[in-house]
Design a protein around this ligand. Sequence first.
Ligand code: SF4
Length: 207
Amino acid sequence: MVQNNGNLRMELIQIPPDYLNIMGYVDESEVNGPGRRAVVWVQGCLRQCRGCFNKESWSFAINQLVSVDTLAEKILSNPRNQGVTFSGGEPFWQAAALAVLAAKVKAAGLNVMSFSGFTLEELQSDSAPAGSQDLLNQLDILIDGPYIQSLALNSPDSPVSSSNQRVHVFNPALQEHITWTSDQIEIHIFKDGSRIITGYRGRLELE
Ligand code: SF4
């Protein structure tokens, strides 16, 4: 299932404790989980799903190193945010630091959701990436399973992008808040002219 584990350890070792190697960040989104939320795209994924929306996220080379404290401050500086979503890349390869970040923002009243190419059962197994259970313990919602192009869904009725994926709602208060759908996109245009297009049809496209 997972290849190049030796190489992966070599790459991950470059990330200092309580830091994250991220691909991108948006301050506020309405298409990546319930309500308004910050989104953190982590850098690095081994899965190489056919039709992946974020091939730039595959490399584990350092992209943007940011401390957990800095990211927590950023997320909490927007009073409109109700939560944060971890996407990627594969969030669970940086599970330990994300669990610390999740605990910080949850202490301030936000909810936390994560995508993963692993299934929940894989994340609960002995072969799961380090820190997986710590991150699972913090999550309100997990969307699990790899993107499978032949099972793709781009539908106003689906919160997942391929039909094998599952929505695990661990926090009953969010059970009625599955508001996002797989046919939505958002375009964020920044002062410097750069753009981020996000949503399942282009989970993160940087220009
Ligand atoms: S798990 Fe996600 S980021 Fe990784 S290859 Fe598959 S679709 Fe792309």
